[in-house]
Design a protein around this ligand. Structure first.
Ligand code: FUB
Length: 326
């Protein structure tokens, strides 16, 4: 039996987990993480060390309950179009169905986004035959808005290939913008009613500073790298994301789900390990940050573990910065 999940401790220790997307479905907490392999793989900037092959969904009756591993929910071999690297997933509920959104490389080594469906939030999930038409890059995060419209946010630099889509088509040799140019933003697309396709071509999200100027590519403390998450608080959309090379989770806010988003500050200072990836969810009138670090493997980048901690707002709606080891 797993112990009760304690704040800032690994939720599970029998497998390595990362990139937690947490939701409350049917009164229970479900966490959709990546499942890191227990394999020693040399790290590189392309992310070849993240060779994940399946998803396991975690659940808790409440934050005072043990965290359960519901077993294998989807395996690479059951995704007809995918070849490798099941990276950070997310889930959504609509049409009496649970949808698992995930990135994987296709047979041409290009990252695409896939969808799988299940009648149960814990799976097992059945993948669609093809990736979402027109999809690319990594880290899908889905917001089902109060008016029932659903948006998928996605994109990641370097191994996530976002630089290669600057012109709208895949250019294998393309590089990112110069340091003095606006940084690449995450992409957003509204989903169709059946949640299986984009309703429109993805748009780039603009992240700006207080003066309305775009955050520049050289501003590595604030520019978008990967791992978008959008939640709503007091009528504002909060876009949070990883800054990659500077290893923080930061956020920007907007009145519109498609932005522009105005940069606000840091949510999480660096954790042990190169990557940082999170989600933000309200549970029984309090807010929580789910995140990962590499403490379970004592610092091995591709062997991560999922944790949570409370997240607090100031009266003006800004978020208090969390230091993971205090
Ligand atoms: O887990 C693989 C990749 O590492 C994710 O897709 C990124 O967000 C980073 O956490």
């Amino acid at each position: 039996m797993n112990k009760n999940a304690m704040p800032k401790e690994p939720l599970v220790t029998h497998i390595y987990t990362a990139d937690p997307s947490a939701h409350v479905f049917d009164g229970k907490i479900y966490i959709y993480p990546s499942h890191d392999l227990d394999k020693d793989i040399e790290s590189n900037d392309n992310g070849d060390q993240y060779m994940m092959e399946d998803y396991h969904i975690l659940s808790m009756d409440s934050l005072n309950s043990p965290c359960i591993d519901n077993g294998e929910a989807l395996h690479l071999k059951d995704i007809p179009w995918a070849s490798k690297q099941l990276w950070a997933p997310d889930a959504a509920y609509k049409n009496n169905t649970y949808y698992l959104f995930f990135p994987a490389r296709d047979k041409d080594d290009i990252f695409r986004l896939g969808v799988a469906t299940s009648p149960s939030p814990a799976g097992p999930f059945t993948a669609q035959e093809e990736p979402i038409p027109g999809s690319f890059s990594i880290d899908p995060a889905v917001l089902v808005d109060d008016d029932d419209r659903a948006y998928v946010y996605f994109g990641g630099l370097w191994g996530g290939q976002l630089e290669k889509w600057r012109t709208g088509t895949y250019m294998p040799e393309a590089e990112g913008p110069a340091v003095s140019e606006p940084a690449l933003g995450p992409r957003v697309a509204e989903l169709s009613g059946d949640m299986l396709t984009f309703k429109e071509a993805p748009q780039e999200i603009s992240i700006i500073d207080e003066a309305g100027n775009p955050i520049l590519a050289g501003d590595e403390d604030r520019r978008y790298f990967e791992g978008p998450w959008v939640h709503k608080y007091n009528g504002y959309y909060y876009l949070s994301y990883s800054t990659g090379t500077t290893h923080c989770i930061v956020y920007a806010i907007s009145k519109d789900p498609k932005g522009p988003f105005t940069y606000q500050g840091k949510i999480l200072t660096p954790v042990l390990g190169w990557t940082t990836h999170h989600s933000i969810v309200e549970i029984e009138d309090k807010w929580y940050l789910f995140y990962h670090d590499c403490s379970l493997s004592k610092g091995i980048d591709n062997k991560r573990c999922v944790k949570y901690t409370e997240l607090k707002y100031n009266e003006d709606g800004t978020i208090q910065t969390i230091e993971p080891y205090k």
